[in-house]
Design a protein around this ligand. Structure first.
Ligand code: UDP
Length: 242
């Protein structure tokens, strides 16, 4: 079931359900685009109808970030919880072990995807990694060819928003992987380049605060969270008076 939170319809799924749906697509060979919008992406959608269409026409739209869940509560149709892209990625890799399906890591700075691959190969010994490629390129056709040549079933696209969503949608017809997922800074996390917040912050839904403390230059991005919640309050007011 999809729950509309302003511009975006989110799938009301748990992490396990999201991974189940992803695995079903892979097993059936049915193309699947996964997006993980957070308040920042949701606000981009407000001013970019093409991005908004790309997000909403994806087969799996995961609520990445507590801000989206709070907004759904404000609007009176609460999502069951958040499904962070990073956790979705890790769980999918775990489930792909010993299935014969392979994954390709695309994105992040040179060397990061390789490091993530090394770490994930150790963590999930039964995982097949078809290849890696950094996200700083000039020839997009060459990137598509390199990915297709490696014949992965799953492609992690970690270019940040909206680049990753546009890449998946505009190149979707020529890319051969069954499932593609736009996962922001996930490869940095898998490689250990960026530390995930300690459990304490995650439990209190304060992961955004931890990231801000570690990288104060993110303030311009973090400020989008209260702005997003304010838009939800305004949208609720409009709905009531409609
Ligand atoms: N990135 C990339 N190519 C680009 C721009 C960004 O591969 O042209 C990568 C960047 O190195 C980082 C990721 O995209 O690994 C974006 O991470 P960010 O933390 O901004 O994403 P978030 O998870 O916050 O959405």
């Amino acid at each position: 079931m999809r729950i509309q939170v302003m511009e975006i319809g989110f799938d009301d799924v748990t992490l396990d359900e999201a991974v189940d749906i992803a695995m079903q697509h892979i097993e059936r060979g049915e193309k699947c685009r996964v997006v993980t919008p957070n308040p920042e992406i949701a606000r981009m959608c407000r001013n970019d109808s093409q991005l908004c269409d790309i997000v909403n026409s994806s087969q799996l739209v995961l609520p990445d970030g507590i801000g989206v869940v709070y907004a759904s509560r404000i609007l009176g149709r609460p999502l069951r919880g958040r499904v962070p892209g990073f956790e979705f990625a890790e769980k999918l890799l775990d489930r792909m072990q010993n299935t014969g399906y392979s994954v390709f890591f695309f994105g992040a700075k040179p060397g990061v995807a390789e490091k993530a691959a090394e770490k994930m190969q150790k963590k999930y010994p039964g995982l097949l990694i078809a290849g890696t490629l950094n996200g700083y390129y000039t020839n997009e056709s060459a990137v598509v060819a390199a990915i297709n040549d490696a014949r992965p079933d799953v492609l992690f696209v970690c270019l940040g928003a909206p680049k990753q969503e546009q890449f998946m949608a505009l190149r979707g017809d020529v890319l051969t992987p069954t499932l593609m997922a736009g996962l922001g800074g996930t490869l940095d996390g898998l490689a250990g380049e960026v530390k995930r917040a300690p459990d304490f912050f995650i439990r209190l839904n304060l992961e955004w605060l931890y990231r801000l403390l570690c990288q104060p230059r993110r303030i311009g991005r973090v400020i989008k969270l209260p702005l997003y919640l304010l838009s939800a309050v305004a949208a609720r007011g409009k709905n009531r008076h409609a």
